[in-house]
Ligand binder design. Structure first.
Ligand SMILES: [Zn+2]
Length: 74
């Protein structure tokens, strides 16, 4: 299987539903772990890239740049 490439602002539909009921997430951080923000409740999670690849069902159209969060340090 080809490794997937993720980009900031890309939106992903996952196979598993978030407890809030949404399947759709925005990519908000890239690295060894991928930062995702739930589009419905705004919760952020960090998942290992391999885990994201396994969970993605569909890649959705990108957000507009103005909808992106500024990069935040933790
Ligand atoms: Zn949610």
């Amino acid at each position: 299987m080809q490794p997937m490439r993720f980009e900031l602002g890309e939106r992903l539909r996952l196979r598993k539903k978030h407890p809030c009921g949404s399947f759709d997430w925005a990519v908000v951080r890239l690295g060894a772990d991928i930062g995702l923000r739930c589009e419905k409740c705004g919760r952020r999670i960090l998942l290992p890239r391999s885990e994201v690849e396994r969970r993605v069902k569909q890649v959705l159209p990108r957000l507009q740049p103005t909808e992106l969060d500024p990069f935040d340090e933790e």
